[in-house]
Design a protein around this ligand. Sequence first.
Ligand code: NAD
Length: 327
Amino acid sequence: MNILVTGGAGFIGSNFIFHLLRTYPSYRIICVDKLTYAGNLSTLTSVMTNPNFRFVKADICDRKAINQLFEEEKPDMIVNFAAESHVDRSINNPGIFLETNILGTDVLMDACLKYGIKRYHQVSTDEVYGDLPLDRPDLLFTETTPLHPSSSYSSSKAAADLLVLSYFRTYGLPVTISRCSNNYGPYQYPEKLIPLMIVNALNNQQLPVYGNGQNVRDWLYVEDHCRAIDLVIHKGREGEVYNIGGHNEMANINIVKLICKELGKSEDLITYVADRKGHDLRYAIDPTKIYTELGWLPETKFANGIKKTIQWYLDNHQWREDIISGV
Ligand code: NAD
């Protein structure tokens, strides 16, 4: 099996590559990544000399480069992680989000149609559903919840999802989509909440928290997400969407306080800053479908996962210094 993983030098894509190489020693994995600020080649150091792995620096929007790669590698499956992924950046510069997240997806699916493929998998997000009220804990996102995105990031991901489903309906392209809640774990760029707070706390810098800090996210350890995608690409039904989440809702401020406690830092570092524009209040996933159809359940409890994540950032000082400085 030849699997083309896009965006594999980023956070979840790299963890997924490690998962595949560990789980399927006979598979060949080709990683395509543009190496934007969020992609870091040193993340892939441990697999670079693996004969079953190839790294290619390319932009998924570059039709010629992508078609050439399909001709060379004839991949059986594509798992598309490549994206501009940070909401704050999409507020300041939406254009690049539309290019990579929508047009890049289109280029990949056209190549799938042209060269033939067993499965195209789109890695999407729960943010396409918009948000839920804070005072209705009974409400959860299901796969049939209407798409109601709030930012240019989530709008571009929602547009890509619709495009992927249209390639299934119109051309019969064998596609699947997964929509996951917030991930945390090793190799996450320190602009997202958890790694930013860990890195700032380690440097005794302020811990900026949006608004009153009560916004709720549903956290999942990255390896649980990778196992879920593995199941969807091998056993999921074509044309279907699968929500992924572990029923682990937490207010942002509680995450930040927990990180302070784990690192022995004072909560005086916490600084409340002006709220994000259009800030989603709460995300919460109903993962019933992936559990009943594919038997997926999360394995890592948040209490353990956050300890492992903090330890990883402590142990990988050079990685975090290099990615912040751009080296
Ligand atoms: P990330 O920002 O860490 O990594 C994105 C990777 O894509 C980087 O390596 C970057 O260099 C690469 N990339 C960007 N533009 C590219 C282009 N035009 N061509 C080729 N490569 C390009 O993101 P992540 O957090 O690992 O997220 C991966 C995917 O998972 C995204 O599609 C995101 O929407 C989705 N997702 C993320 C989360 C989360 O909590 N991080 C949750 C649900 C879904």
